[in-house]
Design a protein. Structure first.
Length: 225
């Protein structure tokens, strides 16, 4: 046993946590087992550390360094090359192509994985450009290109996640301060323009203590392994 739908709210976790766990663990042709430990691990490593931290880092940086306004990320050759924006666009379009093919084939688990792959690629993009005070103070054009591309990319990411965790997509769009966008056949930086004011940063997920496993298992049942 795991937890019945009407009991899930008693855990204090959002619907997105359960939806993500179930969809990312769904069997491709056999039964699956509900494991509290796996739910906690997926929340802490995939939702919180990968997706949640990406959104929070981007929106908070816009607030702290640009007064919540997307800077002029003019895509001239030198700036785009120095921030590797063109390479990011190529990589995201490859992920997007595979995502569309997976969803058209009703391969939902693969579609969700590819959306999270995009999130991981964006985290790498920020790491490679070392988005921090030094970049902002000493390389302003590259910093603007980096944060501009990241903001645009998480707007796309929100659309890709919507079929799976719509409440999280709604929360991302509120932080970006833009309506839900359609999923394009090809993507390029430019949907969120310079001068756009973003919303307030909010945490999408919270860490779950591993000790919570035994408490939930006692209340609702489920394998502890």
């Amino acid at each position: 046993m795991g937890v019945f739908g009407h009991q899930a709210g008693l855990t204090g976790q959002s619907s997105s946590v359960f939806r993500y766990y179930l969809l990312s663990s769904r069997p491709e042709g056999s039964d699956a087992q509900f494991l509290w430990r796996e739910l906690i691990t997926k929340n802490n490593t995939e939702l919180l550390n990968n997706l949640g931290n990406l959104i929070n880092r981007t929106i908070k940086f816009l607030h702290s360094k640009y007064n919540a306004v997307v800077p002029d990320y003019a895509k001239d050759k030198d700036t785009a090359d120095s921030a590797n924006v063109k390479l990011l666009e190529l990589d995201i379009n490859e992920i997007l192509k595979q995502y569309i093919e997976a969803m058209d084939s009703l391969k939902l688990k693969m579609g969700l994985k590819l959306a999270m792959d995009l999130s991981a690629r964006l985290n790498l993009f920020l790491q490679e450009n070392k988005l921090d005070n030094n970049l902002f103070n000493n390389f302003p054009e590259r910093c603007a290109a980096t944060i501009g591309a990241s903001t645009n990319a998480i707007y796309l990411l929100s659309a890709l996640l919507c079929p799976f965790i719509p409440a999280t997509s709604d929360a991302i769009d509120i932080q970006i301060n833009a309506p839900r966008r359609a999923i394009p056949d090809a993507w390029h930086v430019g949907d969120i323009l310079p001068g756009h004011k973003v919303g307030k940063p909010q945490y999408l997920f919270k860490r779950i203590d591993e000790a919570q496993e035994q408490d939930w298992k006692g209340k609702f049942g489920g394998n502890a392994n």
